[in-house]
Design a protein around this ligand. Sequence first.
Ligand code: BES
Ligand code: MN
Ligand code: ZN
Length: 498
Amino acid sequence: MKIKFVPPRLPRTGTLVLFVGEGRKLSPQATQLDRRSGKALTRALGASRFKGKAEETLAILAPAKLGVARVLLVGTGKADPADRALWQHCGGVILAALNGAGESEAAVLVEAGDRAAEIAAHVAYGARLRSYRFDKYRTKEKSEQKPSLKTLSILVDDVAAARRRFAPLDKIADGVFFTRDLVSEPANVIYPETLADRAKELTELGVTVEILDEKKMAALGMGALLGVGQGSARPPRLLVMQWHGADDKKQAPVAFVGKGITFDTGGISIKPSAGMEDMKWDMGGAGAVIGLMTALAGRKAKVNVVGVGALAENMPSGTAQRPGDIVKSMSGQTIEVLNTDAEGRLVLADALWYCQDRFKPRAMIDLATLTGAIIIALGHEHAGLYSNDDKLAEQLAAAGKATGETLWRMPLGDAYNKMMDSDAADVKNISGGRDAGSVTAATFLERFVNKVPWAHLDIAGTAWATKDKPTAPKGATGFGVRLLNRFVRDNYETRDGK
Ligand code: BES
Ligand code: MN
Ligand code: ZN
């Protein structure tokens, strides 16, 4: 699908999309189309249940004089020009309605006004985000099963301003799409080596990409990460990406660390087979870090950022680690592995330590599909947020609200920490009970973080969706890319004139 910004000349073909506010208020521009068409629209509205609430849609046959085949009315509720999420959702809803109707071209009329260019850009952004589709393995699809929309024109007065505003959003969408692609791929295609290879593509954007193999990791003493990978025929990797966008290339970076378990069988503590296919997306944290780097480098963000991916496949085999094994992490702490299915925290223990040790970051944020328990606690509406730093937690929560990738703060503390003491080693990888499963996992991670401001996002409930959302079709959501792009932009990036 192509998205274009064009001056507001009414199209003669396809669908004309008009926004309607609460109380069925047609935009002044729409009522000026011509008197007879305006009246026909008002009549059609009157005969429907459509109220103009946000994200409501009503498709009608166009009044004869308009030339277009159909008119799609889209509710905007209070139509707050500054509410970016609203306009993004509208864009997404429009895209879905047009594809649902089999339309191939459409034009969205954006009301003239101070914020028209911004609204136009966010409608386009929402439409693009919703248009994602992972269909490379559907070889027998008939054309009527494929999305029909070829061109979406956004009619707006200041075309240049709209394009300028859309450009960085388009780069963020590139990052979201890359994450969704990586997360959607099955585990026979994406395993540690191939995931690292895909990340290598970022060198084209100016990102430095290093890949550490088992030998290098062994030399660094990463026994926790290596232990998780040792049962698989696919060797583990540590992915290290650096983007130097700040004027001062030596300025300490902001660091992101992702859990990249390309498939999680549970290992010897094997998972039940029902639903195990979901565990192809257990690399969603690393996938989000790769997409975030794509977005930041794509829009040339003025900031230094490091992205680390802890990549391994968790398999049962004759070489797999066993429950009860004790491994030595890079930090020097020994870990008693009581459950091989609590593997995400093991790979992160070494990746977090390595990251803070090598880069001395200003802040370090990890993302991980870490626990089923966070889904019990928060469902799919928020990711769990843990932090040793209130300011960092607030910044992340604010970025979450602004992007719709929302976070909910969860506790850490001594009482939980004690639950992870081991009789045989420095720490054990499970508490032994089901209580506070997501909290004890976060507490485990905290033992591998020094003084650096750190936050952990448990994204097990948000990396994958079983239902369509306004700006994301069901499947891999790309959760974290938009959130962390915003977090970086608001708190670390220098912008011209600032
Ligand atoms: N990858 C899983 C967590 C997960 C579960 C993600 C469901 C997405 C959906 C993780 O490695 C895991 O297996 N966690 C265990 C921890 C337990 C053994 C303490 C869990 O949540 O059951
Ligand atoms: Mn697991
Ligand atoms: Zn896992």
